[in-house]
Design a protein around this ligand. Structure first.
Ligand SMILES: C[S@@+](CC[C@H](N)C(=O)[O-])C[C@H]1O[C@@H](n2cnc3c(N)ncnc32)[C@H](O)[C@@H]1O
Length: 347
């Protein structure tokens, strides 16, 4: 996916072609403000207030207990980036906002925005230090209970949009009954698969802080004993032998070092039944020689900053598979999420 500036007329097109537009000002001045405006607006309930009929700047400010002039400025930014429409003094929500941001929508990513606003934004201050030292935050070691709760709700919000497509595409072995979901948190991937395959049960292995906060999210799915949490650290927990038909590790490899990922893959290979599959579900690091890709490259830097790791390439993951005796099998992209793939290995 690319971030592009679109000219609105011939003169602007020409100015862009002739390199007369200082595009770095967009990144240096405009985009940081847009990002923070969207996060604050989401966190402060601005969109819900408008949906409930508070459609003037004054009414939004009152409903959200904000300053009127500041709110008017915020609404201006949100209108420019098409979260809102403005007509005859009144604001309304666009389709994008109704579907992806409103708290009540089944597709909402609201909780991810709230987490990014409250917990992640201050981390970005550490970018300079990360660039100097290569040392990331290792945040799993430092979160407090409130931050764990925001993190788990955020991961739930982020996974809603992919769990359905994930379950449709997974090459599940025939007659599969046992699944392990490493770092599965809220469990949405396991739940989607278990709903599709009635004989399948899943164990979600995650850190204590995650399980404590994700338990209510999983309980709300009503899967009972078929999808259960197990507290554990994948780096120290033994997985047994020939136990699982499917092992999923979604958005965890980007927190681990190369050596740790190799070690985990070895454990998983032993824990798989013959014919079983291991799926690393991840954003992939784009090949620098290929066409640039924004989602893969920005998440790579972000995971470096937050976990001293980053995204991996298909070749690297295949190499872990081969070293552990698994056959690289399929690489399945997501239609709706650029840069994200299921990299499948088979025993
Ligand atoms: C980015 S979230 C991904 C959640 C979910 N798998 C998904 O794709 O939406 C990473 C999860 O991995 C868990 N995790 C991180 N390190 C872990 C470890 N060493 N062992 C087990 N779980 C771990 C975190 O607690 C968190 O719940």
């Amino acid at each position: 996916m690319q971030l592009r500036v679109f000219p609105e007329n011939l003169l602007e097109w020409l100015a862009l072609r002739l390199n007369l537009v200082p595009l770095p000002l967009l990144h240096a001045q405009v985009l940081p403000v847009v990002s923070r405006a969207v996060l604050e607006a989401t966190d402060r309930g601005i969109f819900e207030a408008i949906a409930q009929g508070h459609t003037t700047a004054q009414a939004v400010a009152e409903a959200c207990q904000l300053h009127v002039q500041a709110t008017t400025q915020l609404l201006g930014v949100l209108t420019s980036v098409k979260y809102l429409r403005f007509q005859k003094g009144h604001y309304s929500l666009t389709r994008m906002t109704r579907k992806w941001v409103l708290r009540e929508s089944k597709d909402t990513v609201r909780d991810l925005a709230v987490y990014n606003n409250r917990v992640v934004w201050p981390w970005l201050e550490r970018m300079g230090k990360y660039l100097e030292t290569g040392e990331g935050l290792q945040y799993h070691e430092h979160l407090n209970a409130e931050e764990w709760a925001l993190y788990q709700k955020a991961m739930h919000g982020g996974a809603i949009s992919e769990a359905g497509e994930f379950a449709r595409k997974v090459p599940l072995p025939k007659n599969a009954t046992h699944m392990l979901d490493i770092g599965g948190a809220h469990g949405l991937h396991s739940v989607a698969l278990c709903r599709k395959y009635p004989r399948l049960r899943s164990v979600i292995l995650d850190l204590p802080g995650a399980v404590a906060q994700a338990a209510p999210l999983l309980a709300a799915q009503g899967m009972g004993e078929r999808v259960q949490h197990q507290v554990g650290n994948i780096l120290t927990t033994e997985l047994g032998e020939s136990t699982y038909d499917l092992v999923l590790m979604s958005s965890v490899a980007h927190h681990l070092t190369e050596a740790q990922n190799r070690e985990v893959t070895q454990k998983v290979a032993r824990a798989l039944r013959p014919g079983g599959v291991f799926i690393i579900n991840e954003f992939l690091r784009p090949d620098p020689a290929a066409k640039p890709e924004l989602v893969g490259s920005s998440t790579d830097l972000f995971f470096g900053l937050t976990s001293t790791s980053g995204n991996w390439s298909i070749e690297e993951i295949h190499d872990w598979y081969r070293a552990a005796g698994l056959k690289p099998y399929e690489v399945l992209g997501y239609q709706a999420i650029p840069g994200r793939y299921q990299v499948v290995g088979k025993k």
